[in-house]
Write a protein of this length. Structure first.
Length: 329
């Protein structure tokens, strides 16, 4: 049975929200869990559930701490204790805490898969066809063409194993569709992707993220995070404008009632709450980053997505490919 390590600390809504989310997730799925957090706040909630253990701590790493320094210094922090337990006996860890702490823990505690230079967050961008994967979404800011090629390999394997995409189509986020567009890094990355065994279809401009015929979009964490937050903010603004227009008069309110169901379905692809978080790819163990502002529903969704990630076998697949590459080198 899959065993998930749940970091109860660091989420904006606090420990009680994480406890509520775990309770919700356990109602619809059978799995083992260890929740890392204050026992005095969690004990009464899970004392009657034999498949939920509590690993006690009251310490955590906040977003304003230097991640690598904190990971080394704060041995009792929930993310540190959770990652060490993950190495010993867990299948996946999920946290809504500091992204930097999870990233540093991936490097320093779980370690990288052999040959992986960097780790990347693989976010799902909602759109009408179910979504497109984008990495990096904010973990690794400074990249080389070789690192971006590895991101393409990581995402393609994740799309195949976890999302059942056949020969995933790969695009490179750039300022133009032509191969010579972009800075030197972008041009070189385009060349490496074109020469690789990936199903590379070319550059993707930011305006086409929601419509481009690709399954995977490669970029660095800086541009990727800006693109994702721009899309999220635009979607939120668009939904607010629609709501404003439909409530301006009795006539528009009547019209809203008549198209309520169709409108909800049409706007559904723009809802970023459809996904609970994103996997951190390239580590030796399955790591999943939930949204810091999660509520119980979205964090419960993140728990399910983290379990799916672990059970997909992506980490084992990537590790096996790495070993094969070493033997062929």
């Amino acid at each position: 049975m899959t065993k998930i390590i749940v970091d109860a600390m660091g989420a904006d809504a606090g420990v009680e929200m994480v406890a509520d989310a775990l309770t919700k997730a356990r109602r619809t799925r059978d799995f083992e869990a260890v929740i890392v957090g204050p026992e005095d706040a969690l004990g009464a909630r899970f004392r009657e559930d034999p498949k939920v253990e509590i690993l006690n701590t009251t310490e955590y790493i906040s977003n304003d701490e230097a991640p690598a320094f904190a990971i080394r210094r704060k041995k009792e922090a929930s993310i540190v204790k959770g990652l060490r337990l993950l190495n010993e006996s867990g299948d996946v860890l999920v946290t809504a805490g500091s992204t930097g702490a999870l990233l540093a823990g991936g490097y320093l505690i779980t370690k990288r898969i052999a040959g992986m230079e960097r780790l990347c967050l693989a976010a799902m961008v909602p759109r009408g066809d179910g979504g497109v994967l984008m990495a990096d979404a904010g973990a690794t800011m400074d990249t080389s063409p070789e690192v971006l090629l590895q991101f393409g390999e990581l995402l393609s394997n994740y799309a195949e194993a976890a999302l059942k995409k056949v020969n995933p189509r790969v695009g490179l986020l750039n300022i133009g569709a032509e191969s010579e567009k972009g800075d030197k890094r972008a041009v070189k990355t385009h060349e490496l992707l074109r020469e690789s065994s990936l199903n590379f279809v070319g550059n993707v401009e930011a305006r086409d993220i929601l419509t481009a015929p690709v399954d995977v979009i490669i970029t660095d964490g800086f541009a990727g995070n800006i693109a994702l937050k721009t899309l999220e903010g635009t979607a939120r603004y668009f939904r607010s404008i629609v709501k404003q227009v439909l409530t301006t008069s009795a006539r528009t309110k009547l019209g809203a009632l008549l198209i309520q169901s169709e409108l909800k379905n049409a706007l559904q692809p723009l809802d970023y709450r459809a996904h609970g978080g994103a996997p951190l790819l390239g580590a030796r163990k399955a790591l999943y980053k939930a949204h810091g502002n999660s509520n119980a529903e979205t964090f419960a969704l993140a728990i399910h997505e983290a379990l799916d990630f672990a059970e997909s076998g992506v980490v084992e697949r990537l590790s096996a490919l790495s070993e094969t590459s070493k033997e062929q080198a």
